[in-house]
Design a protein around this ligand. Structure first.
Ligand SMILES: *Cc1c(COP(=O)(O)O)cnc(C)c1O
Length: 436
């Protein structure tokens, strides 16, 4: 009996869901390691680590123990005027692993608020210095969250139409390739003459919501270099890419120009509790440091630096740096690489790409982003004990680091079976469509 699925329908409104088209929610009753269990006793490999959060596995004993301990000591306290050990220690541990120019941390509640704070920091940084820089720069097809600032800098989509009139001023540039980079730099140089751009927000190397689109690190570096020379603050949105997924602790480490501001969430707290962090350089912080109270950053959330979330983050960071997890990361990278070599030869595969433990393949069929293929694939995967959420024509894997080799094999085999069956009879893509 699908008790949860039925009871859910009465009062619940789910995120990113058109309930008239998708009414049945799968009732999940427990999770352990890389597995989710539904109310009928079926299990599913969590192939996307519950939106890139549970990287050390669900209900990880080490993390649970640390949080349980914290829970009995200090649960919650106002973070304005007060401080506490978990927050102080987390700041010490995070600064150790963040790019070397990061000095200060500002806490919030999730990825959207982390980017929202980054945007506000960039705008007020210039405001406090009396310079008129009101425009933000962002990549087309970027995703930075669902609050107003974050929506504004995200790529335009049908979902955000009702709100577009209320967006802050944003200009978008293409993600760089070896081919278009000189053009992008040329246009940017021209555009920068107006001296009105406050900041540039970007997902370094991998654009998650844009279907794990990846771009060239060297080309990105050239853009960052140019912008930095023109006083544009660089805001790296590492909400998705942070904490080991690209093979390094942060995607920004693949790039030589360091960001001024970094936004973190998702795997920050290892999938246990919601929290966001926006880190910045001393230079950014100093622009707010003043005898004038109004020059401070007057942004704050009630649960700022919640001690339990800090404890979860500290446990996660400890695990991330452990030999075992580093070994797991290398193992998953190598496993994906081998699968890639094989699956790229499949007639239904148009392209594959990989960055660290993030693996994606594009289907060689007509673009049908919101169509039924996605739903059919999604159901097919679930029926075969695998939780994957295809994005348009793209199937991607972003599994917990601790996924076992046999679980990886089940993911790969199921994807291959889907290509051979569900995708088999669909027409080939004749006109490559632009993802939005
Ligand atoms: C998920 C995500 C966000 C938004 O985070 P939420 O916690 O869902 O608000 C922002 N930026 C990126 C790159 C993300 O992947």
């Amino acid at each position: 009996m699908k008790n949860l699925t039925e009871r859910d329908k009465k009062h619940l409104w789910h995120p990113l869901t058109q309930h008239k088209l998708h009414s049945d929610m799968l009732g999940i009753v427990k999770a352990k390691g890389a597995l989710l269990y539904d109310e009928e006793g079926n299990d599913y490999i969590d192939g996307i680590a519950s939106w890139y959060t549970s990287m050390y596995g669900h209900c990880n004993d080490f993390i649970l123990e640390k949080v349980q301990h914290q829970m009995k000591v200090l649960d919650q306290v106002v973070f304005s005027g007060f401080t506490h050990e978990p927050a102080v220690r987390l700041s010490e541990e995070l600064i150790k692993i963040l790019p070397s120019n990061q000095q200060k941390l500002f806490f919030s509640d999730n990825g959207s608020t982390a980017t929202e704070v980054g945007i506000k920091m960039a705008l007020q940084y210039h405001f406090n210095q009396g310079t008129k820089r009101k425009v933000l720069l962002a990549f087309e097809e970027g995703f930075h969250g669902d609050t107003f600032g974050a929506m504004s800098v995200s790529g335009l989509s049908v979902y955000n139409w009702p709100f577009e009139d209320y967006f802050i001023e944003v200009e978008r540039i293409l993600t760089p390739t070896k081919e278009n980079i000189s053009n992008i730099l040329l246009q940017l140089s021209e555009r920068l003459r107006k001296n009105d751009i406050a900041g540039f927000i970007y997902e370094p190397l991998v654009q998650g919501a844009a279907a794990m689109k990846m771009h060239d690190a060297e080309a990105l570096n050239m853009i960052l270099d140019l912008l930095k020379k023109h006083g544009v603050l660089l805001i790296a949105d590492e909400v998705m890419t942070g904490f080991g997924k690209t093979g390094k602790n942060f995607a920004s480490e693949h790039i030589s120009i360091n960001p001024d501001i970094i936004c973190l969430s998702k795997a920050l707290t290892a999938g246990l509790l919601p929290m966001g962090v926006t880190s910045c350089t001393q230079q950014v912080y100093d622009a707010f440091y003043s005898n004038d109270i109004a020059k401070g950053l007057f942004h704050g959330h009630t649960y700022t630096a919640n001690p339990l979330a800090c404890a979860a983050a500290l446990a996660g960071i400890e695990l991330l740096q452990s030999e075992q997890i580093q070994k797991d990361i290398r193992r998953v990278i190598e496993s994906h690489r081998k699968f890639g070599l094989k699956i790229m030869l499949h007639p239904k595969v148009a392209a594959i790409r990989q960055c660290g433990i993030i693996f994606a393949l594009d289907l060689d069929i007509k673009m049908e982003r919101y169509g039924s293929l996605r739903d059919r694939l999604f159901s097919f995967f679930l029926k075969h004990g695998v939780f994957l959420r295809p994005l348009g024509n793209t199937i991607y894997i972003l599994a917990p680091f601790i996924i076992t080799d046999s679980q990886l094999k089940q993911l790969y085999d199921t994807i291959e079976l889907a290509l051979d069956t569900v995708v088999q009879d669909l027409p080939k893509d004749s006109s490559p469509t632009h993802h939005l």
